[in-house]
Design a protein around this ligand. Structure first.
Ligand SMILES: [Mn+2]
Length: 239
């Protein structure tokens, strides 16, 4: 029985499935995805279906999951033919045209209505961070991390603004908690420097695990029991 963490899969279902095989993921294991299941990739809809059907895979929300939660009703109405994309407001357009949401919407429109309602129901359970204790080691899982104003070991996570947990761009060592290992995604590790390309970064008591799969790098997975790293090479074009 082991606990795994992945992030920023962004519709890369092929790599995700290969990773589950590689880690020999079983019903006795747990997987925490720290955000951004959908958008930009080839197979967000089927990836979402797979994840909601496995009760030992859990989602901590990323900024892209928030968009999907916000617009799943819109997708259902689009499928019914009741509305047009042109009617949608600025936030939708930003998601759709600039953040890979168009691919997700088009893939979701191919699902059956009952599958879309299953996704809608699943997304009602919004988790923004998760604390775990594994073999005596404390972990804190967040999609993006914390911003400067929260670098205080006494902060209460429930008081942290949602947009910070979802959108913060944190530094390599930005963890205020001495006794807790933070795990974050959101910022692909190659953006921190060439030496980190396609790799998990170990900061000071913090792991950055978005190895940039949808940008043609790699999908990474961290096993919390022994901090072993696993990688699947991306099938996407390098950006
Ligand atoms: Mn993100």
């Amino acid at each position: 029985m082991a606990t795994y963490v992945m992030s920023d899969i962004h519709g890369c279902k092929e790599e995700f499935d290969l990773m589950l095989e590689k880690i020999e993921f079983s019903i006795y294991d747990e997987l925490w995805i720290i955000g951004d299941i959908c958008d930009r990739g080839r197979d967000s809809a089927n990836l979402m279906k797979e994840i909601i059907n496995k009760s030992n895979i859990h989602l901590i929300y990323g900024n892209h999951d928030i968009w999907l939660e916000r617009y799943i009703d819109t997708i259902i109405e689009l499928k019914k033919g009741n509305i047009s994309i042109l009617d949608m407001g600025e936030d939708f357009q930003i998601w759709f045209y600039y953040n890979g949401g168009n691919l997700t919407v088009n893939q979701m429109l191919d699902l059956d209505f009952h599958e879309l309602y299953d996704i809608k129901l699943y997304l009602e359970n919004k988790i923004l961070y998760k604390k775990l204790n594994i073999k005596g080691q404390k972990y804190l899982l967040i999609h993006a991390g914390l911003s400067d104003e929260y670098y205080d070991k006494n902060i209460i996570l429930d008081d942290v603004k949602e947009e910070v947990l979802l959108w913060a761009h944190i530094g390599l060592d930005d963890n205020p908690f001495k006794d807790t290992i933070m795990i974050v995604g959101h910022t692909p590790t190659f953006l921190y420097g060439e030496e980190y390309d396609s790799k998990i970064i170990h900061g000071n008591n913090i792991y950055h695990i978005d190895a940039g799969c949808v940008y043609g790098r790699a999908l990474a997975c961290l096993r919390l029991d022994d901090l072993k790293e696993f990688y699947i090479e991306s099938t996407y074009q390098r950006l």
